[in-house]
Write a protein of this length. Structure first.
Length: 306
């Protein structure tokens, strides 16, 4: 059984705490809490209670970890090559996470990250928050509508003059003409999403020389913020540059009139593009503003990452 949601020692940075949402690690991190009481010494006879021994051993281990981190030694992260931490479930033997459903130590905060968290982007119109993964920033000097985050930095577009970004995430409210069900919405939107990303921009330029072909690489139902959604993902080939991946994700909002929400992902392909696992991370981390504890998507049901 997986441990309950809460703050636990970060497997990749033991001097920090990291939010475990009950299914996977999120991008939320915080400084590790300081000890609240001294560790009781063992008795003169070398015995002491079992609890005292356990506390002493834990404290000694914490001191050793702190010394290693302070000394600047590199600790292997166990990455899978794409920057994804393969240790997706806390290891009770190394991270201090209880193997049962018992609540964590009172010295560790169990509050869910709020919408004011710097690692969270809020879409007030559609009533959702989205996690901001490493390497992503809030939009600046972006001409596209409804962009909620971009990869950090720009580059010269390989086609017509202009600047391009390796990744965009766009969140908008679906109109009455877009369709009804999440499946119909996603299937209808994917073509428009691909054209807007890799064919022609708002002023008619072709920053990638236009789209030459596309291939659907994944589609299916998925839970988003506790609601039933649907996604379609294309691999797009362009006349210039490496092309990219475009995904349309549709799901009903949980606030207001519950109007359908469309989230578009635009990821450049190639070594400079963001890892496709970021699509999964962002989807899993989407939450309703009214219910921060609402579950996100199921990452294993999202399509291939190659």
């Amino acid at each position: 059984m997986s441990p309950p949601p809460g703050w636990y020692p970060d497997p990749s940075a033991p001097h920090l705490q990291r939010w475990w949402d009950g299914t996977t690690w999120t991008e939320h991190r915080a400084p590790a809490a300081a000890p609240t009481a001294p560790v009781p010494p063992p008795s003169a006879g070398g015995g002491g209670t079992g609890r005292a021994k356990v506390v002493a051993l834990i404290a000694a281990g914490a001191v050793l970890v702190a010394a290693i981190v302070t000394g600047g030694l590199y600790l292997g992260r166990g990455d899978d090559g794409d920057g994804e931490d393969v240790r997706s479930v806390p290891n009770p033997a190394t991270s201090g996470v209880p193997p049962t459903t018992d609540t964590p130590s009172p010295s560790v905060s169990t509050s869910e990250p709020s919408a004011d968290d710097p690692a969270v982007v809020t879409d007030q119109l559609n009533g959702i928050t989205l996690p901001l993964p490493d390497g992503w920033v809030r939009p600046q000097y972006v001409t596209e509508d409804d962009v909620v985050m971009t990869t950090d930095g720009t580059y010269d577009c390989p086609g017509d003059s202009g600047v391009c970004r390796h990744g965009l995430v766009i969140s908008r409210t679906a109109t009455g003409n877009d369709g009804s069900s999440p499946e119909a919405l996603a299937k209808k939107d994917i073509s428009d999403a691909a054209d807007a990303a890799y064919d022609r921009d708002l002023v008619g330029r072709r920053p990638f020389g236009g789209i030459e072909s596309h291939q659907q690489v994944a589609s299916g139902q998925i839970a988003v913020a506790g609601r039933a959604g649907y996604y379609v993902r294309w691999r797009v080939k362009t006349a210039k540059g490496p092309g990219g991946y475009v995904e349309s994700l549709a799901f009903p909002s949980s606030v207001g009139t519950e109007a359908p929400v469309l989230v578009r992902f635009v990821f450049d392909a190639g070594e400079d593009g963001p890892p496709l696992t970021d699509m999964d991370k962002i989807t899993r981390g989407i939450r309703s503003i009214d219910d921060a504890a609402t579950g996100g998507g199921v990452g294993s049901s999202i399509g291939p990452t190659d």
